[in-house]
Design a protein around this ligand. Sequence first.
Ligand code: WT7
Length: 660
Amino acid sequence: MSATPTPADAVVYLPSEDFVKNAHVSGMAAYQALCQEAETDYQAYWGRLAKELITWKTPFTQVLDDSQAPFFKWFADGTLNASYNCLDRNIERGLGDKTALIFEADGGEVTKTSYRDLLAKTCQIANGLKSIGIGKGDRVIIYISMSIDGVAAMQACARIGAIHSVVFGGFSAQSVRDRVQDTGAKAIITADQQVRGGKHLPLKAIVDEALTLGGCESVQHVLVVKRTGAELPMTAGRDLWMSDVIANQPTVCEPEWVEAEHPLFLLYTSGSTGKPKGVQHSTGGYLLHAALTTKWTFDLKADDVFWCTADIGWVTGHSYITYGPLSLGGTEIVFEGVPTYPDAGRFWKMIQDHKVSIFYTAPTAIRSLIKAAEANAAVHPKSYDLSSLRLLGSVGEPINPAAWEWYYREVGGNRCPIVDTFWQTETGGHMITPLPGVTPMVPGSCTLPFPGIQAAIVDETGKDVPNGQGGILVVKKPWPSMIRTIWGDPDRFVKSYYPADFQGKYYLAGDGAIRDEKTGYFTITGRIDDVLNVSGHRMGTMEIESALVSCTELVAEAAVVGRPDDTTGEAICAFVVLKRSRPEGDEAKAIAKQLRDHVAKEIGPIAKPKDIRFGENLPKTRSGKIMRRLLRSLAKGEAITQDTSTLENPAILTQLDQTY
Ligand code: WT7
């Protein structure tokens, strides 16, 4: 490790002395000692932490097995149970009556659940799942909105060794179908409806539709949780009310002790090709990093009230709602709804009401709440008592310095460190992040690697690039919570993450990054593949293109690129060639709407293109390749500097100027 970073030019924010003194990792010397420990004996470092943070049924004797790299195995001969680690052991430690979850519904109703109650509920669901024939290794799709039931359903799967795959409630029937088909799920856990911003939206009805689309023969049962009490058609023999399934089930259920490598969950995420990838995570290594990062990055202590605003449909909700904080016996908020309902003060009011001490959200949310607060003082953070806060976090996309500073000042009262956590669905937990009692913060930089994570920036050949020069972000050594494979597609796993360019040695994150010349601080410069980040949601451009061209009656060809957007970070811009002549005016508007609805139906509303532009053709090279760089310039409204001499029909550039 080099000398202590002393960022010279950028504005630097320091954690207070008090924060440093009381933090789990306290001071730069402590951070460097951990990095040094990992450097000196990598396996001993992770082995020590795995023993300290996880309770094993059978202790492991080997830390890392790299004999089949890049299919790494961690703690392979150890056995454990994730739900035992998150629930039972906290009760054994005397936390049975401690509040585990504070659920606040869309309408503001609050339900609190103790560790004892959460274990009882988890066991009942686990027994219920067993009663319908679900066991170790079976896949269960969870398509539910934010709720105690959702967290308990994940824990219940973990308890019996079933592999959960949570599908975000905003995804379409088609997306649910694709995930059911790919996982071969035996059961789906859902709710009658979900509630967002005062609206009741379907869940079970979408599952019904998904199951009619074909390819879902593996599904034997659909378990339905009552959320709104809506009238629903129930298919006899297949659909069961969760309340009936668990009614007479015992509140105890012996955990299924699984090998550390047993898959805990699959989570689908977008890649650069059309089909989302089922990222497979392990039980032991994943749980270790979820727990460790919750402890070190969020500095979680016994009295904290931790609020991660993410949905359990994303990895952030897995690691920092369902597994990390619970494994440490924390108290956390589970929130249903949207940040802007009943008004844009919802976050601040909830922080005030529940005395939240650690708050973790996405830059998109912050940016939209800044706008709202500037327009209406009543929803400005200063209209609330936010003095309970001691730490803030950001995740999902780069946070622009202006938003960072507002967050620091207006939400954190110039008192709370901000951890800008860089990580991915594939990494299971934080990779590059400040530690709040350690790292001088520079707005817009995720700063330094988490101790033990060998992040680096290299060129196309895998050679290290000097600080100050941008390059490709890689991780040079495996780490416990890394993706194990892509479900059902090990070749794609190797090609996507351990490409031959780096002799299969380095994990390729898919992001570009640059390190500060003086401090070595990392700044993420954005994806280097065809993946967009819209409001912190990852979307593949090809996935959206396939959705557009699947509208076969209308679309001949489509190309999708991202462009910067003040609120959502990136916005989706689609260039479309229709099978009919190029529309204009009201007609173009109507077709654009039709296409957006079609994409919402194929993928989900989050994938709707913000801009749609129609051309008689797309700009292509002589060899017929779409000139995406040119499209990106057009989307941004930039002057065209690229060579357009090869364009068959330069007039289409003017056509593609018009946005609908
Ligand atoms: C991609 C991963 C991490 C959980 C939620 C998103 C971008 C994520 C940051 C950050 C800059 C970030 C990257 C990454 N990203 N966090 N702090 N600063 N960029 O997980 O859907 O797998 O997306 O999100 O581009 O590759 P995901």
